[in-house]
Design a protein around this ligand. Structure first.
Ligand code: SF4
Ligand code: SF4
Length: 290
């Protein structure tokens, strides 16, 4: 099974537009939304949730009142002001607890234990374009990289069960922990960029992370016609870096129309962007088969 991750140096470059269309063109791929901080593929692809599992990605302290001797050592040790007292009654404010475990370490009565707590959800959805696995962090929860890893693990399990030959991953934007988790294990990474000065810098940074994992690197330029000069600079940089250029997608109002209609561009439109995406997918499929 091939793992292809689509990434970009920042959000809003058209990454999800491409993944949605690839899902429609690939037929039978398992699709994964690793942009857990702003998951939106399920809106684009539609369908229904068939599995919803709690994601337990963090811990919180819990005080056993039967053992507590009300010494106050835990409240003193807590740097997050998460332990409160009402008279001799000590309790943990779960919204403030960061799960560091310092309180449990200092408690002389062994009255504090660390408990797993739910940090989000992992979903499996059936869509008209294949099975989609996606995640959601609960408000205030951090460590989305860990959730990305769990979402991918679930997706690999689903792909094995379905006998899918392609795991199509919408990666997290940027180069932080979530995108590193998105890229881990990927055979190929398609970088989506728009022609801008910052995109040149982003391309090199994202390529550096992807190369670390030994992924084959590809590039597609979105709205390339908005700045032909910068588009050319990015293509030259990609060539120097050994990144295979697959093509460009012109600015096309059909893309916005497809988004508003909640459908992949290649399904909703037969305009220039849809034709370009089909061309890019054809080349990419050919490369992945080599
Ligand atoms: S685990 Fe850390 S943050 Fe939570 S209550 Fe204990 S000391 Fe405070
Ligand atoms: S450190 Fe332990 S015994 Fe002391 S107040 Fe906290 S929970 Fe109670």
């Amino acid at each position: 099974m091939t793992e292809l991750v689509v990434i970009s140096g920042k959000g809003g470059t058209g990454k999800t537009t491409l993944v949605g269309s690839f899902a429609a063109l690939a037929e039978g791929a398992v699709v994964v939304d690793c942009d857990v901080d702003a998951a939106n593929l399920h809106i684009l692809l539609g369908g229904e949730v068939v599995e919803k599992r709690p994601y337990r990605g963090s811990e919180a302290a819990a005080i056993d009142r039967g053992k507590c001797v009300a010494c106050g050592a835990c409240a003193e040790a807590c740097r997050f002001d998460a332990i409160r007292a009402e008279g001799d009654l000590y309790y943990v404010d779960p919204l403030s607890c960061e799960g560091c475990g310092a309180c449990a370490h200092v408690c002389p009565a062994g009255a504090i234990r660390m408990e797993e707590r739910q940090s989000g959800w992992i979903y499996v959805s059936r869509t008209p374009y294949g099975t989609l696995v996606h995640g959601e962090l609960l408000p205030g929860e951090e460590n989305s990289g860990k959730l990305v890893t769990r979402v991918k693990m679930r997706a690999r399990g689903v792909a094995r069960t379905e006998g899918a030959s392609l795991l199509l991953i919408d990666g997290s934007p940027g180069i932080g922990c979530p995108v590193i988790a998105s890229l881990s294990g990927a055979h190929a990474a398609l970088i989506v960029a728009e022609p801008s000065r910052s995109a040149l810098h982003d391309l090199l940074r994202v390529a550096g992370v992807a190369r670390h994992f030994g992924s084959r690197l590809f590039l597609a330029l979105n709205k390339a016609d908005l700045s032909p000069r910068l588009a050319e600079e990015i293509r030259e940089t990609a060539a120097r870096e050994g990144i295979t250029y697959l093509g460009e997608i012109p600015y096309d109002e059909g893309v916005t129309a497809a988004q508003l209609a909640g459908a992949p561009v290649v399904v909703h439109s037969d305009g220039p962007a849809a034709a370009a995406i089909q061309g890019i997918w054809g080349k990419l499929r050919g490369e992945l088969a080599r």
